[in-house]
Ligand binder design. Structure first.
Ligand SMILES: *Cc1c(COP(=O)(O)O)cnc(C)c1O
Length: 381
């Protein structure tokens, strides 16, 4: 059985360093806000090219803390994508604000600037909500179109919150995710490109005031200390143990990003070849010139997706569907009043997308085996 993600392959390479890092934390015993947390924040700032990094307990809390720092609450609207993991939308709802969806670009899976402009006009016309910002998602590790989105945001006086849970370190225009917007977040959930061994996340910004607010919010809205509570916050710190693990994983992350690109290139080259031999062709994921994607997923599109994924499973090849239901059709969003047909691109993608096994240590032999099996399923169907 081929694993969908092989976290053990990475662990085998850095196990002695991980064990030593964990042992150091057990020795000093500062499990909360220990020295590794500050050290990690410094290293993450350097890697991403950000002025401030504030680590937090997970990627969802990172989004919530960012909204709290931005002062988003009831009566406010935030424009976001319906084709994402629900946490993106949930964070807006948690702070009491209203998510307003804008459909995605079928080539990139990311929020479409023209659709954002339409959503902005819709909020203005409705005149019941105060539009505060845009939350982009760099889906599957590919940066959204920040050139256009930042222009739109500036024109309308909106913030851009970059949800780079799947894209830490991806680059566009010489800048790394999540530093393309006003404030950015990421997740260190184990299966994300840079994952820890539990939950973790971080907020990035160049804005001193926003960074200080997030630092306060993650410790119960602390002022001079944690018993001087000057605002409503949360308890959302990153554990020292996870910081120690991430420090070791970050050391190999640059080379893993390169390896991810190579694995993706290998898949794409082979899929282009089989597309010449089959009638029902596969849509290969976009890989724009001059950009580096973090390839959280390698996601193709197929017309007979479920049939193909079932038969691949019989041959020991696991695949996953991200996302079977676009957020506007989820039960948790029913009060927003959207209907089937509102976001046709996101809805069509949710019927066609299929993510193939992917991790930086996937060998060309194994990816060839996967592609060959895919080809024989497709020529049969
Ligand atoms: C994983 C993910 C999150 C949430 O991160 P957690 O660490 O699991 O809370 C948010 N947004 C997107 C796009 C994600 O993929």
């Amino acid at each position: 059985m081929i694993p969908f993600i092989d976290l053990q392959a990475q662990q085998r390479i850095i196990k002695p360093q991980l064990e030593a890092a964990i042992a150091r934390v057990l020795d000093h015993g500062r499990y909360i806000m220990g020295p590794e947390v500050t050290e990690l924040e410094k290293a993450l700032c350097e890697f991403a090219g950000a002025k401030h990094c504030v680590t937090v307990s997970n990627g969802t809390d990172a989004l919530v803390a960012a909204y709290m720092a931005l002062g988003v609450g009831p009566g406010d609207a935030v424009i976001t994508t319906p084709f994402t993991f629900y946490a993106t939308v949930e964070a807006i709802q948690i702070v009491g604000a209203t998510p307003v969806f804008a459909d995605v670009d079928p080539n990139t899976f990311n929020i479409c600037p023209n659709e954002i402009e339409k959503a902005i006009q819709k909020v203005y016309a409705n005149n019941t909500l105060k539009l505060k910002g845009i939350c982009t998602v760099d889906l599957f590790g590919l940066c959204a179109d920040y050139h256009s989105i930042n222009q739109l945001a500036a024109k309308h006086g909106l913030f851009v919150l970059q949800d780079a849970a799947q894209a830490f370190g991806a680059s566009q225009g010489g800048q790394r995710a999540p530093t393309h917007g006003t404030i950015g977040t990421t997740s260190f959930f184990p299966a994300k490109p840079l994952g820890c061994y539990g939950d973790g996340g971080a907020v990035f910004t160049d804005d001193d005031d926003l960074a200080n607010l997030v630092r306060s919010i993650r410790v119960h809205g602390k002022g001079s200390d944690k018993y001087d509570n000057v605002r409503v916050g949360q308890n959302c710190r990153l554990d020292t143990l996870q910081a120690a693990i991430l420090l070791e994983k970050l050391k190999v992350y640059e080379s893993e990003l390169e390896a991810r690109q190579n694995v993706a290139d290998h898949y794409s080259r082979q899929l282009r070849v089989i597309n010449e031999n089959i009638t029902n062709s596969i849509t290969i994921p976009n890989s724009p010139q001059g950009e580096v994607a973090a390839w959280a997923q390698y996601t193709i599109q197929l017309n007979n997706r479920d049939e193909v994924s079932d038969s691949l499973k019989k041959f020991g090849i696991p695949t996953l569907v991200y996302y079977r239901t676009p957020s506007h059709l989820l039960g948790a969003c029913s009060s927003l009043g959207y209907r089937q047909g509102d976001f046709p691109i996101a809805e069509e993608l949710s019927q066609k997308v299929l993510s193939l096994p992917f991790h930086p240590y996937l060998t060309p032999n194994v990816s060839s085996e996967i592609v060959n099996q895919l080809e024989s399923q497709l020529s049969r169907s």
